[in-house]
Design a protein around this ligand. Structure first.
Ligand SMILES: NC(=O)c1ccc[n+]([C@@H]2O[C@H](COP(=O)([O-])OP(=O)(O)OC[C@H]3O[C@@H](n4cnc5c(N)ncnc54)[C@H](OP(=O)(O)O)[C@@H]3O)[C@@H](O)[C@H]2O)c1
Length: 331
């Protein structure tokens, strides 16, 4: 896989990265997560599965890996994989996130799966935990799900600490979610510390159903930020696992375009992201090797104007999209 410069940073990244949200914990909201894990939730079994998917990604050229403190043991599994495979920090780019604490206690159903707090104390605590696990492999540290309501983009103590970390050579980013992604991205682009833009990257949701962030993502890219896209498969809604009768017409459209372009519908949905001029990395959220390989075949899709036109019909209203996402069940 080719590499490209990641925004204004010195990092070189691949167009497809692997996200570890589904690999680091037994419970997640993706459709079919429980089927993937097949009843095998022991820490050792999950670590072996995570290592197998990481091996397959690395073997196929993936060089960006995305974790978070709140993805259960994702950082730990990534750290043990890096050490056991003796992967040098220079040969790979690792991003993680702070701001949510994992609280599900390795359970599939929990009262609270993760607790959000964007304070200086949490930043300091989680930074120390992330570096003790990932050490000098850690290249990018992102605020996890920044919102205007959490006021993290106005918290001078937090921003000052992030600026100090950036001065030490770390890339600083943020991720956004929900119907107000655009406003948060625009605020992030404008955030400067002593006249220097703070954020080197943005991680946001864009997929064939929810495209509302695209103009602000283009602005972010133009401003020199690296752009990472998550939830490109709408948490599994853009895969064969979506058997919802209400989606049948859209599914038929996806299948007919996938057949025309000789690909799978997950690869088609990822190719739609890769076709955007402002994207640097699209994340695969695969928890199984065969899904990862199908996702990677997005690189071979010959995306064209017909696909752009036909699949443009899939877009939902932003409010409806996020309402549906909030109804996905932990499994
Ligand atoms: N706020 C944030 O910062 C935030 C939020 C969400 C996600 N993320 C990042 O983005 C990454 C990706 O997001 P995501 O996993 O939530 O959503 P996603 O990429 O939209 O969806 C992944 C889902 O699609 C399924 N899938 C993939 N290929 C498939 C295939 N060929 N057939 C059937 N199912 C298939 C996966 O199943 P399998 O599990 O069976 O492979 C998984 O359930 C995460 O790992 C994380 O790094 C960040």
């Amino acid at each position: 896989m080719d590499t490209r410069k990641f925004g204004r940073t010195k990092l070189e990244v691949t167009p497809i990265g692997l996200g570890l949200a589904a690999l680091g914990r037994p419970g997640y909201i993706n459709i079919g997560h429980s089927a993937d894990l097949n009843g095998s939730y022991a820490v050792g079994a999950m670590e072996t599965r995570a290592h197998a998917v990481l091996d397959a990604a690395y073997k196929n050229g993936v060089r960006y890996f995305d974790a978070a403190r709140s993805y259960g043991r994702a950082e730990e599994f990534l750290g043990s994989w890096l050490r056991s495979r003796e992967i040098s920090p220079a040969s790979i780019v690792i991003g993680s996130k702070w701001g949510y604490t994992y609280t599900a206690d390795w359970k599939i159903q929990a009262e609270a799966h993760e607790i959000k707090e964007h304070s200086l104390d949490v930043l300091r605590k989680q930074w120390s935990e992330s570096t003790s696990t990932l050490g000098e492999h850690l290249d990018l540290y992102q605020i996890h799900s920044a919102t205007l309501a959490s006021a993290v983009l106005e918290n001078e103590q937090v921003l000052g600490q992030l600026a100090a970390m950036k001065n030490d050579g770390l890339a600083i980013g943020l991720s956004v979610s929900g119907p107000n992604q655009r406003a948060v991205i625009e605020r992030a682009i404008a955030t400067e510390i002593e006249g220097v833009p703070l954020f080197d990257s943005i991680q946001a949701t864009w997929n064939l159903l929810e495209t509302s962030a695209e103009s602000s993502l283009a602005m972010a890219r133009e401003a020199g930020m690296g752009v990472i896209i998550k939830e490109a498969l709408a948490n599994g809604r853009l895969t064969d696992r979506n058997s919802s009768p209400g989606f049948a017409e859209k599914m038929a459209l996806l299948h007919s375009e996938a057949a025309r372009l000789s690909t799978s519908i997950d690869a088609l949905a990822l190719a739609a992201v890769l076709a955007q001029p402002w994207v640097d990395i699209v994340l695969s959220g695969a928890a199984r090797e065969e899904h990862l390989l199908s996702n990677l075949s997005a690189l071979d899709v010959l995306w064209d104007a017909t696909a752009e036109d036909n699949l443009g019909l899939l877009t939902e209203s932003t409010e409806e999209y996020w309402r549906r996402r909030s109804r996905l069940k932990w499994n």
